[in-house]
Write a protein that binds this ligand. Sequence first.
Ligand code: ADP
Length: 265
Amino acid sequence: MRVTFTPIHKRDKGISGTIAVLQDVTEQERLEQSRREFVANVSHELRTPLTTIKSYAEALNDGALDERELGQRFVGVIRNETERMIRLVTDLLHLSRLDSNQATLRRQQTNVPEMLEEVADRFSFQMRKKAIRAGVRVEDGITSIWLDRDQIDQVLDNLVSNAIKYTLDGGRIEIMARKTDANNIAISVRDTGIGIPKKDLSRIFDRFYRVDKARSRNMGGTGLGLSIAREIVKAHGGTIALDSELNEGTTVTVMLPIQAGGESA
Ligand code: ADP
């Protein structure tokens, strides 16, 4: 709460009263604080790969280039770090477009069972590598809904790729769709993975929030996947929720209106 006092002057009579203005600044301060945190996070996330690239480039310059195998390894590290930065900047640009509502939705009638089968197909190689079994289950009667296929594909890709990243070898991933009422469908991605501790659940959709930063980085994550997913779903007039049990698994559920809602193209 901010309080400002302004004296009231009357001609020849000096101060005859005071106006007190009470202003609620908590929301403003909260926004300012999260903006500062965001800038600090972006700087840190960019600085880390840049520092690595610099030191590996220096090592190459100082002689590693003369040892073929070592040189190749160092160039590999530089390439990986560059790719990480490209992913990060691409995600940031996408988020910024979603924030400023410039991301107009290009909705099209989309067959839900087909869309879910296709996302499972896209990841079948990665799942096979980890011996993860996958299943797609769509309730009878669900056919088409009106959505931006590219954007929702990106949401599903994020959720399935997280499910794979955070599930140990031999686990199971289920992609499901059901009608919750006459107007909405729920699409869920459930895994039997490592789960998320209760204390982290409330912040999991925050930008750059990760349960284990090092693990997420090693897996190539930017910490922005769930935030982007939430913005895309919001633009569709839907909601996204995450439910998790540590060491048992995680379910992320996206609720979408069957008829176009929210901001449409
Ligand atoms: P990241 O790029 O780190 O995966 P996300 O925004 O997609 O970023 O996810 C944020 C964090 O939420 C992850 O770092 C991870 O700690 C946690 N998380 C997301 N999905 C899962 C999941 N299916 N199982 C366990 N943890 C998850």
